[in-house]
Design a binder for this molecule. Structure first.
Ligand code: ADP
Ligand code: MG
Length: 302
C-alpha cells in the first residue's frame, strides 16, 4: 500500500501541496485529477522522491520514500515514473530503449520481454526504428514500455496518453491499464481527461487550491458531484436551482415551467448539444436532432 500522510510541498515561491493525504492499495489504479497548474505533476514527482517534502511522509509498504536530501540517486527500484517530458535515447532503436535497463544475462528472455512490451504499447512494427524519427505519441509509448520493462510494483503516469492521437488512444489505454491490472502493478495516473479515468480508475482524487478536495470512486463522484469542478470533469453540466444537472439529464418536453430559447446546436456524433437560455442563464442539454435558433422549448430534469 502507498501511504501519503499529510504532505506539504512548495517550490521556492509557489506552495503547491498543503496537508495532502491519501492511500492507494496494492494493484489499485488511482487517478489524480485537477485543472492545469493544480499540482498533479508536482504530486507525482514528490511521490517519486524527486523533491524533498516540507512536511509529511510517504510510504510504500514499510519503505519511506525520501527525496534528494537523503538519496544520492533519485528513485527506487520498486517504482517507475513516466513524466510529461520523457527522456529517451534518440539514436538507438525502440527495442533497445525498452531493453535499456533489462539484464543481458538471459538474452532470449530479454528479447521475449521486449516483444511482450512492444505488444502492450502497440509498437511491434517499430521495434527496429530509431527513436529519433518517431512521432511524439510513439515516443510516449516507448517511454511507457521502458517504465514497465522491469515490472515495478508501482508506476506513476503523468498524462500518459496526451501525445497519442485518437485513432490509437482507446485501444492503447485498454491495453496498458489491463496489463497493469493483470500484473497487479499499482498505478497513479495524473490526467485531465475523463477517458483516462472512466472504466479504469478504482478511485480518483481531485486537487484544488493545494488540497485533495475529494477521494472516491469515479461512479460515486459522477453520480453525486458535490461541486461544479467535479461535474465539469465529467462533461457539460448546468446549475439549476443550486442543483448540478448534466446536459444529458435535461430533456425537452411539451410543457413545463423551465422555458428556454435555443441559441445554438452543436453536432456531437450520436446527439446534438443544444445551447439555450433559461431565465437569462445559459443551459446546455443533449438532443437527438438540431433545434432552430430562437425556438422556444420546455425542459425537464430527468
Ligand atoms: P499540473 O501538472 O497540475 O498542471 P504542476 O504540478 O505542473 O501542475 O504545477 C503546479 C504549480 O507549480 C504551478 O503553479 C506551476 O507553475 C508550479 N511549478 C511547476 N513546476 C515548477 C518548478 N520546477 N519550479 C517552480 N514552480 C513550478
Ligand atoms: Mg502536469
Amino acid at each position: 500500500m502507498l501511504q501519503v500522510n499529510h504532505i506539504t510541498f512548495s517550490y521556492k515561491k509557489t506552495p503547491v501541496l498543503k496537508d495532502v493525504s491519501f492511500e492507494v492499495k496494492s494493484g489499485e489504479n488511482l487517478a489524480v485529477i485537477g485543472e492545469s497548474g493544480s499540482g498533479k505533476s508536482t504530486l507525482l514527482k514528490v511521490l517519486y522522491g524527486e523533491y524533498d517534502l516540507d512536511q509529511g511522509h510517504i510510504f510504500w509498504k514499510n519503505q519511506e520514500v525520501l527525496g534528494p536530501k537523503y538519496n544520492l540517486v533519485v528513485g527506487y527500484d520498486f517504482m517507475k515514473s513516466v513524466a510529461q517530458e520523457f527522456d529517451l535515447m534518440p539514436f538507438i532503436s525502440v527495442s533497445e530503449n525498452i531493453g535499456k535497463f533489462l539484464s543481458n544475462f538471459y538474452p532470449e528472455k530479454k528479447q521475449q520481454r521486449i516483444a511482450e512490451l512492444l505488444e502492450v504499447v502497440e509498437l511491434t512494427e517499430f521495434a527496429h526504428t530509431k527513436v529519433k524519427i518517431l512521432s511524439g505519441g510513439q515516443k510516449q509509448r516507448v517511454a511507457l514500455a521502458r517504465a514497465l520493462a522491469k515490472e515495478p510494483e508501482i508506476i506513476l503516469l503523468d498524462e500518459p496518453f496526451s501525445h497519442i492521437d485518437n485513432f490509437k488512444k482507446q485501444s492503447l489505454r485498454r491495453s496498458v491499464f489491463k496489463y497493469l491490472k493483470d500484473k497487479n502493478i499499482t498505478c497513479i495516473v495524473a490526467t485531465h481527461d475523463k477517458e483516462d479515468v472512466l472504466g479504469f480508475a478504482d478511485n480518483m482524487i481531485i486537487l484544488n487550491n493545494q488540497k485533495v478536495i475529494v477521494n472516491d470512486s469515479p461512479e460515486a463522484l459522477y453520480n453525486y458531484p458535490i461541486c461544479p469542478l467535479i461535474a465539469s470533469f465529467f462533461g457539460e453540466f448546468n446549475v439549476i436551482d443550486n442543483q448540478i444537472v448534466y446536459a444529458h439529464q435535461l430533456k425537452v418536453i411539451a410543457k413545463s415551467s423551465l422555458k428556454a430559447i435555443v441559441l445554438h446546436s452543436y453536432f456531437k456524433g450520436n446527439y446534438y448539444l443544444i445551447e439555450a437560455t433559461l431565465n437569462k442563464e445559459k443551459v446546455f442539454f443533449e438532443h437527438d436532432f438540431a433545434l432552430n435558433k430562437n425556438e422556444s422549448i420546455c425542459l425537464k430534469i430527468n
